[in-house]
Design a protein around this ligand. Structure first.
Ligand SMILES: [Mg+2]
Length: 190
């Protein structure tokens, strides 16, 4: 149950929320003999150790492989349900690099079969695409904490890397996308 009243619109982060982009990057690393260390941080380390810039190259390679990026269970159903409630295009806000705009559009097109818009932004600029009445579905701890500071609400999809001690009231944690779909009548109440 959502305790903080209805919102005007629900917007979405992409990676880690709607699609399992990191799965592809992990497979590419494994194929080259590297394993990704389990961590409670958003940033990756590998064994044997790789420089951040090399790990980043694997991320970029996985953006290109948009055709095989796994879609999280319930993602398609959730965005369709939000569209049915609001009648407005689904708004996706991603911190991917603009150089991968084409691939980003194509992977979103696999998930969202209703009208959508995409904002490609710097990691800490998501607020520029959010209004006070919006709520964003996110997986990154730093992003939701920054947004909470300016009063923007978020739904944080539970991941090992996004645990928060004493989260502010603007952040609501859910276990998965199905839980968000169940919240919609209350969240988007008119
Ligand atoms: Mg994300």
């Amino acid at each position: 149950m959502y305790e903080h009243g209805p919102v005007n619109n629900i917007k979405f982060d992409l990676d880690g929320v709607l699609i399992n982009f990191s799965h592809v990057a992990k497979c590419l690393l494994h194929a080259d003999g590297y394993s990704v260390n389990s961590t409670t941080r958003f940033k990756w380390t590998t064994t044997p150790a790789l420089a951040d810039s090399i790990i980043w190259d694997y991320f970029k390679e996985s953006y290109v492989l948009w055709r095989i990026t796994p879609i999280f269970d319930g993602a398609r159903e959730l965005v369709r349900a939000v569209y049915n409630y609001t009648g407005r295009p689904i708004s996706i806000i991603t911190a991917r690099p603009i150089d991968y705009a084409t691939e980003t559009f194509k992977v979103i097109d696999r998930v969202v079969d209703v009208p959508f818009s995409v904002a490609i932004t710097e990691g800490n600029q998501k607020y520029a695409h959010l209004d006070p009445g919006d709520i964003i579905v996110e997986d990154r701890r730093r992003t939701v904490l920054q947004l909470a500071e300016i009063g923007i609400r978020s739904i944080l999809v539970d991941k090992p890397y996004n645990q928060i001690k004493n989260p502010p009231p603007q952040i609501q944690r859910v276990r998965g996308l199905l839980e968000i779909e169940r919240m919609l009548p209350e969240l988007l109440e008119r």
